[in-house]
Design a protein around this ligand. Structure first.
Ligand code: PGA
Length: 252
């Protein structure tokens, strides 16, 4: 059965020393998780080593916020899969809306990153989600479905157990405007149906689909109570120990 993945995306916040201290607080408060709940944090690249050392042996897993789609070479400012693996990274966030919209990453590049991460043994968290104007135009389902289909192009069925999808409506990220559980559930169900069509029901049933966008300690329970919502990708609220702990320890 699929698991809940409660993940903190620290974005470009916290220095390596601050990250180390914060990770220590999390390790002492996030433990004894139920069997079907996983916790993950994705600090800045510069803090991966420090955080990795602190969380080693704990129940918290290490994630990265991005990856380059090439093995190695002349890619100034980029980070490779081997570098992430060497630091103990297990998950990598790919195609976050900030990468899509600020850094102009398109579906083709995102797909290359997903394929490369899988080839190297990393677990991609493929992020999808519509802009406000797309929702207002009534094309949310088409946009999200296409992002899923294009992001998973060429991913073999046998690799799907290592894939996570995160639905993050762009209008809900960092805005305080959380999607209602019902709105999110509708899109999550569509994503699962898309995966049934691309692969099969068993693969779709085992797929973790996270929700992201203004998840907080006071709205997480309602979201996690929905049939197709299997975790959260949390930005702002993952930077406060109490909030993140409460989010990870959600109640259905
Ligand atoms: P937020 O960010 O929780 O601050 O809205 C979510 C995300 O970008 O993953």
């Amino acid at each position: 059965m699929r698991k809940y993945l409660m993940a903190g995306n620290w974005k470009m916040n916290l220095t390596p020393s601050e990250s180390r201290e914060f990770a220590k607080q999390l390790v002492s408060s996030i433990k004894d998780l139920p069997n079907d709940v996983l916790a993950m944090i994705a600090p800045t690249f510069a803090a991966l080593q420090a955080v990795g050392e602190v969380i080693k042996g704990s129940e918290i897993k290490l994630g990265a916020q991005n990856i380059n789609e090439n093995e190695s070479g002349a890619y100034t400012g980029e980070i490779s899969a081997n570098m992430l693996l060497d630091l103990g990274v297990e998950y990598v966030i790919i195609g976050h809306s900030e990468r899509r919209h600020i850094y102009k990453e398109n579906d083709e590049l995102i797909n290359k990153k997903v394929l490369f991460a899988l080839k190297k043994g990393l677990k991609p968290i493929l992020c999808v989600g519509e802009l406000l104007e797309e929702r207002e135009k009534g094309i949310t389902n088409d946009v999200v479905k296409n992002q899923v289909i294009n992001g998973l192009k060429g991913v073999d069925a046998s690799e799907m157990k290592n894939v996570v999808i995160a639905y993050e409506p762009v209008w809900a990220i960092g805005t305080g405007k959380v999607a209602t559980p019902e709105i999110a559930e509708e899109v999550h169900a569509l994503i699962r149906k898309t995966v049934v069509d691309l692969y099969n029901k068993e693969i779709a049933d085992n797929l973790t689909i996270q929700y992201g966008g203004s998840v907080k300690d006071d709205n997480v329970d309602g979201l996690m109570g929905m049939a197709n919502i299997d975790g959260a990708l949390v930005g702002g609220a993952s930077l406060k120990a109490d909030s993140f702990k409460r989010i990870v320890k959600f109640e259905k």
